[in-house]
Design a protein around this ligand. Structure first.
Ligand SMILES: Cc1cc2nc3c(=O)[nH]c(=O)nc-3n(C[C@H](O)[C@H](O)[C@H](O)COP(=O)(O)OP(=O)(O)OC[C@H]3O[C@@H](n4cnc5c(N)ncnc54)[C@H](O)[C@@H]3O)c2cc1C
Length: 484
């Protein structure tokens, strides 16, 4: 459920209502995920004093539970692996998945600065990545690096330690209530609830924090805000689970809408096709489905055992195909696929979301699939692998793929979960928030999942972190350079 914003006296507080400011900084950053922490570092390094506000008891937002996979085009890591890529190719992949709704100037910015952002995370933050380049659904070529431990926490930890080095702590349990604007309509501060408790939002006290230069909104998406997401897409009821943390709610974005930030693409809410209904939240299942099955295995309809789509399609295409079957589909792969992928599925087996079988017909019987039909589907898949051509759905066949003939076989149920909200406030390439009349709202910047436009109708896997780092850096620098 949407956490009620601690009772708000006015939709936006005019500055002349503020009797005194409790604190002052040049730049106030709201939110402590990838986007907010990046903006704070860059604002500090551009000479600004910075305060970071976070409503929860711990920093990191959804970023800290992410897989830490970041996409970048034409990198030396790709070159080393013999992969040809370009900014144009990544741009066209993002637009194709986004159904052309993406704001082209924002996509160009993300793509053009993707390698620079990745390298910054390595050189400046000290983030370490696995020595492999992965390909996820909708990307034409492998271009995704994964942070050590397959965790966004690897990046957040480095960001927080960098901020400590710079003398900046994240202020916890500080929930944005509303923006304060001066007589010219410029955002000049925020009202926050200090001592905010997400479980019981009635407590705490209001604090007035002045931003002499700008406020950066980096409060993430609204995947767990059932009321708000259902207003955009009524199908996304409480019965559809989410991979997001429960605090991924819309109230801070709504405050920006109240001061006339232009909302874009709010009804485009992404479901993750790799999710397993036999565990809560994101879980461990995606290690098997996204990293192994979508490349080397197959996804079949639970009734007729036929493949349903290109398993490496973008998330929207694949989620829609699964939902259209009306019940969870089955993802399957053999032991050779697991070996080729280089990933371990021990955690998936231990948790019981992935099951192991000595024979394909045992797998069929466990999931209630017609055995003969499954055998025919696997044979057809094997023919595609041998011929290096997927005649049925056009999935690219990896050069090291083998026919699915090596027991044991592994299976997992798939049912999509709410994962990412593509919509949010409109920004321009300077990360300024744009109002309903198409002009920047002075003193207000935004970055990360709270913004809309970069991903259009569907975000490609690994492009959110790129977006957060690229626009977090831009927002931080430009906020610090504001001349009030
Ligand atoms: C399980 C999972 C795995 C993912 N894996 C990947 C991946 O590997 N690669 C990729 O590119 N993307 C991935 N994503 C998506 C990506 O992680 C997110 O889009 C990204 O982390 C969002 O970062 P952010 O900084 O915009 O928001 P967040 O990280 O969500 O941070 C926003 C912060 O703002 C705070 N906040 C919200 N409202 C207020 C308020 N009113 N006052 C004060 N603070 C507030 C929140 O508490 C939160 O801490 C994944 C997402 C999930 C859920």
């Amino acid at each position: 459920m949407r956490s009620p914003n601690p009772e708000t006296k006015t939709t936006t507080e005019p500055e002349d209502h503020v009797e005194h400011w409790d604190e002052v900084a040049d730049v106030v950053v709201v939110g402590s995920g990838f986007a907010g922490l990046t903006a704070a570092i860059e604002a500090h390094n551009a000479g600004a004093s910075v305060i970071i506000l976070e409503k929860m008891k711990a920093p990191g937002g959804n970023s800290i539970i992410s897989d830490g996979c970041i996409a970048a085009a034409a990198t030396p890591m790709q070159q080393k692996a013999g992969i040809k890529d370009s900014a144009e190719l990544m741009y066209s992949d993002m637009l194709k998945a986004g159904l052309g709704l993406n704001h082209p100037d924002l996509v160009r910015e993300v793509v053009a600065r993707s390698y620079e952002a990745l390298q910054w995370s390595i050189d400046y933050l000290g983030v370490e990545y696995l020595d492999r380049v992965d390909q996820f659904g909708g990307h034409t070529v492998p271009r995704c690096l994964t942070a050590l431990n397959v965790s966004g926490a690897t990046i957040i930890r480095q960001q927080i330690s960098k901020l400590r080095e710079l003398g900046i702590e994240v202020r916890l349990q500080m929930c944005l209530k509303t923006f304060v604007r001066n007589a010219d309509g410029r955002v000049c501060g925020v009202v926050v609830r200090e001592g905010y408790d997400h479980e019981d939002s009635s407590g705490g006290t209001d604090r007035y924090i002045k931003a002499t230069k700008a406020v950066v909104l980096a409060t993430g998406g609204f995947g767990s805000d059932i009321a708000f997401r259902m207003a955009q897409d009524p199908r996304l009821t409480e019965k559809i689970d989410s991979t997001n943390k429960p605090f991924a709610t819309a109230e801070a974005m709504v405050e920006a809408l109240k001061i006339e930030a232009n909302p874009v693409h709010l009804s485009h809410i992404q479901l993750g096709p790799w999710a397993c209904p036999d565990e809560r939240g994101y879980g461990v299942g995606p290690i098997f489905s996204e990293y192994i099955v979508f490349l080397y295995g197959i996804v079949v309809d639970a009734v007729n055992a036929r493949r349903i789509a290109n398993e490496l399609a973008d998330r929207k295409t694949l989620s829609d195909a699964i939902l259209n079957t009306g019940q969870p589909c089955i993802a399957l792969a053999d032991s050779k696929a697991v070996e080729q992928s280089g990933w371990s599925i021990d955690s998936c087996l231990k948790k019981g979301v992935v099951k192991q079988f000595n024979q394909l017909d045992e797998l069929a019987s466990f999931y209630g699939l017609p055995p003969a039909a499954l055998e025919a589907t696997v044979e057809q898949h094997n023919t595609c692998v041998e011929g290096k051509l997927d005649r049925d759905f056009g999935r690219p066949i990896p050069p090291d793929a083998s026919p699915m003939t090596h027991p044991p076989f592994f299976g997992m149920r798939l049912w999509p979960k709410v994962h990412h909200t593509m919509g949010g406030v409109q920004i321009n390439v300077r990360a300024q928030v744009i109002n309903l009349e198409g002009h920047p709202i002075r003193g207000l910047y935004a970055a990360g999942e709270v913004t809309g436009g970069v991903h259009g109708a569907c975000r490609l896997g690994s492009c959110a972190i790129t977006d957060c780092l690229v626009f977090g850096r831009i927002a931080g620098r430009n906020a610090a350079a504001e001349r009030p």
